[in-house]
Design a protein. Sequence first.
Length: 179
Amino acid sequence: MFDVQALYRALDAQRAERELTWAGVAQELWEMSAELAKRRGDDHPIAVGTLTNVAKRGDTSCQHALFMLRWLGRAPEDFVDGAPPATRSPLPTAGPDRRLRWHLHATPRRDIPGLYEALTTRRAERGLTWALLARELRCGPSQLTGLRTARFAVRMTLAMEITQWLERPAADFVYAAEW
């Protein structure tokens, strides 16, 4: 399982090492895609509470986790205890004109398979119902079928449970978005 507490500790250690406040971390996260944010105009910076509440909530959205992982220069699997080597891969690189995003379903990038499509294919190959798969992944069936139309990000712990179940690196489902 994805260790959210370890992610938080890594963030806090990097913050302390660089002598930053949490507001400073949030600012640096946002500046990593400053050109994109300026071009979009409707963006709003990541909130300090989004970072500091990770430890309290014990989870974060998979999209917010990408901001944090990018800043740390780490792959999601670095925070999965016992992740097999086959599932370890660095995240795509992204310049200031892009932001890392999870590709959850068939749109917007048809050249990158969505997490939902990969999950559907593997589930069918194994002859599992959504209910049986949900039990295996310790979530509700609607959390899995909802990936097909997801407008918002899923929990990072669930996204990583899925990628580990698929025996694929999270990087297979992440792209550098330019909107």
